[in-house]
Design a protein around this ligand. Structure first.
Ligand code: DON
Length: 578
């Protein structure tokens, strides 16, 4: 009896042990499945749209559904963002667009960056003591450059699109006229910036209720003045913005408040078609924005330096990898401070900066175990001169086109000043010039003569819309907002995919690091381990955890499938496939 009991107990124990093993095996299997799939990118085979606002994504996806191409969808998205995301979507700012056509085997860049007005001059933001006056360069009517967005989008559509401007603007007009439901992010943004925006009557009327209270999540937000402006442009074409009623409203706003933009400046604004920067990384072709952006030059320069190291073996976000990235970044940002500006005004040694040989010479100066203090790093001497809140979105279509575009009014809500009667905000892009050599701009970037203020010049940018091609096929479409962090954010998504084999959603979400030479610190996001931080500190780096960096809306195309990764750093971002 006792023996029976013992047996029964033994078999029960065995059963329990088997059960535990089974559960454990199931858990391991589940972990493997989760591990195998990692994060889910959105998938499509006929098109993909990734923007930072779901209403813009939807407008653009409708265009693709009706057979439109990626350029049609991009212009539609840009106008929709100008309505639904006024902190960065705009018609009062400027930007860059890269367009890749597999059929033509061509990548072109449209430069619709703002320009300094003709009356602008080098010392315009210096006070009596010769110090840079940040208030004037960031939050006054003088901080605005001549806007390029409307002309740039219209040019893209006319040259590379298939639908009319009216068709591309229709969803935006509807969203402005009928309104849309306020999201928590929309409401929070306007609450956070109320001091800046409410000092101007025009902005207060636009973004706050008549009794001064806030738009709350769930409220309907209607923009009648903006709808009227968009309707005028849609009916009369892009020149309306530059010579018609809209231009008159903008110039009247300038005249009332000491701004510099004249009707002549508006009339003279022209976007430009430029050759993108072209480099390579581990066999992939990298196309990114040329001057007046510094973005493409330094993305390629940093990749060239890092290509000399077995980054995949060193591992994703390991101390060694981050150390090498930071050292490469420092050297590139030091060069940026000296050489980069508007190529229509200054000569830039672009060939040298983006050459493998120059990268190899910079690697020689780099200690693999120890940080080089930024104060000992000076801009290098590349050889080879040759006659440069924001939002990014990426789109691919079924015809082999890819569009990567970043546009901006600079800070969140730009200068904070809305054009009375026209319903849109003025940019404060003039702050991207170097107001005084050595004096940092709003992103802590130092500049010199190459980026000094001159009439009709484009201010230097960091925006880096990028398209990576694999054997002639569009492979990666990416780019980000984030001021000085744009270059390093874009760089890391490229590395996360090429070096570390992450899928596009994981590549976009992974914690990021940043070094911009000055200040001499590695800025990190949350999610880098304390052990890694400790190792970096031992190597001589100052490490600072700050708020998240960028919002990189990206697409990866592989074996005919388009994978979209919206950046989780933007609550309203959305990827939609066809
Ligand atoms: O062109 C530039 O580099 C800056 N005006 C971009 C500003 C920006 O990304 C703001 N967004 N976070």
């Amino acid at each position: 009896m006792r023996q029976d009991n013992l047996l029964t107990r033994c078999s029960r124990l065995a059963l329990l042990a088997c059960g535990a093993l089974l559960i454990q095996a199931q858990l391991v299997l589940a972990a493997a499945i989760i591990e195998g799939e990692r994060m889910h990118p959105v998938q499509g085979t006929r098109g993909m749209v990734v923007t930072s606002h779901f209403l813009a994504t939807q407008s653009a996806q409708e265009v693709l559904k009706r057979g439109g191409n990626a350029i049609d969808a991009a212009v539609t998205a840009a106008f929709s963002l100008a309505v639904t995301q006024p902190r960065s979507g705009n018609i009062g700012g400027g930007g860059f667009m890269l367009i890749s056509s597999e059929k033509k085997d061509e990548v072109v860049a449209i430069d619709y960056r703002e320009k300094a007005p003709a009356k602008a001059y080098t010392e315009m933001f210096l006070d009596q003591d010769g110090h840079a006056d940040n208030q004037l360069s960031r939050f006054s009517h003088q901080s605005a450059g001549v806007p390029g967005t409307v002309a740039g989008l219209a040019l893209a559509l006319e040259k590379y699109g298939t639908i009319t401007l009216q068709e591309a603007m229709a969803p935006a007009i509807k969203l402005a006229e009928e309104g849309f439901i306020v999201t928590p992010r929309f409401s929070e943004g306007l609450k956070a910036k109320q001091k800046r925006l409410q000092q101007w009557d025009s902005s207060r009327k636009l973004f706050y209720k008549a009794d001064g209270s806030f738009y709350e999540p769930g409220d309907l937000f209607v923009q009648q003045d903006l709808a009227a402006t968009l309707k005028r442009i849609s009916a009369q074409g892009p020149r309306e913005f530059y010579t018609g009623r809209t231009a008159e409203l903008l110039v009247a706003e300038m005249e009332r408040h000491g701004g510099m933009i004249t009707m002549e400046d508006m009339k003279n604004y022209q976007p430009a078609i430029r050759t993108p920067i072209h480099g390579s990384y581990r066999g992939y072709d990298i196309y990114s924005m040329s001057p007046p952006s510094s973005g493409g030059t330094h993305v390629v320069q940093i990749l060239n330096i890092l290509e000399g190291y077995p980054i995949a073996d060193y591992g994703h976000n390991s101390a060694r990898t981050i150390h090498l990235m930071a050292e490469a970044m420092k050297r590139a940002y030091a060069d940026r401070s000296l050489y980069l500006g508007d190529e229509d005004f200054v000569q830039i040694p672009l060939k040298g900066l983006t050459s493998k040989a120059y990268a190899a010479s910079l690697r020689e100066t780099l200690n693999q175990e120890q940080a080089t203090p930024s104060k000992t790093i000076l801009p290098g001497t590349p050889v080879g001169y040759e006659s440069n809140e924001t939002t990014h979105f990426s789109i691919t279509d079924q015809y082999g086109n890819a569009v990567s575009t970043t546009y901006t009014i600079n800070f969140s809500y730009g200068s904070g000043i809305a054009v009375e009667g026209a319903g849109f905000l003025l940019n404060n892009e003039m702050d991207d010039f170097s107001a005084k050599p050595g004096s940092p701009n709003g992103y802590g970037l130092i500049g010199g003569k190459a980026n000094k203020i001159e009439p009709n010049k484009r201010m230097l940018s960091s925006m880096s819309p990028t398209i990576v091609k694999d054997k002639g096929k569009n492979f990666l479409v990416t780019g980000s907002p984030g001021g000085s962090r744009i270059i390093t954010t874009t760089l890391q998504v490229i590395m996360n995919v090429i070096d570390h084999g992450l899928n596009i959603q994981s590549a976009v979400a992974a914690p990021r690091v940043h070094h911009q030479w000055l200040p001499d610190e590695i800025r990190i996001e949350e999610g880098i381990s304390p052990d890694t931080i400790a190792k970096l500190q031992q190597m001589g780096h100052a490490v600072q955890q700050k708020s998240s960096m960028g919002a990189i809306q990206s697409i990866m195309v592989k074996d005919g499938v388009m994978y979209g990764g919206a950046d989780p750093r933007r609550s309203t971002g959305q990827a939609m496939g066809l």
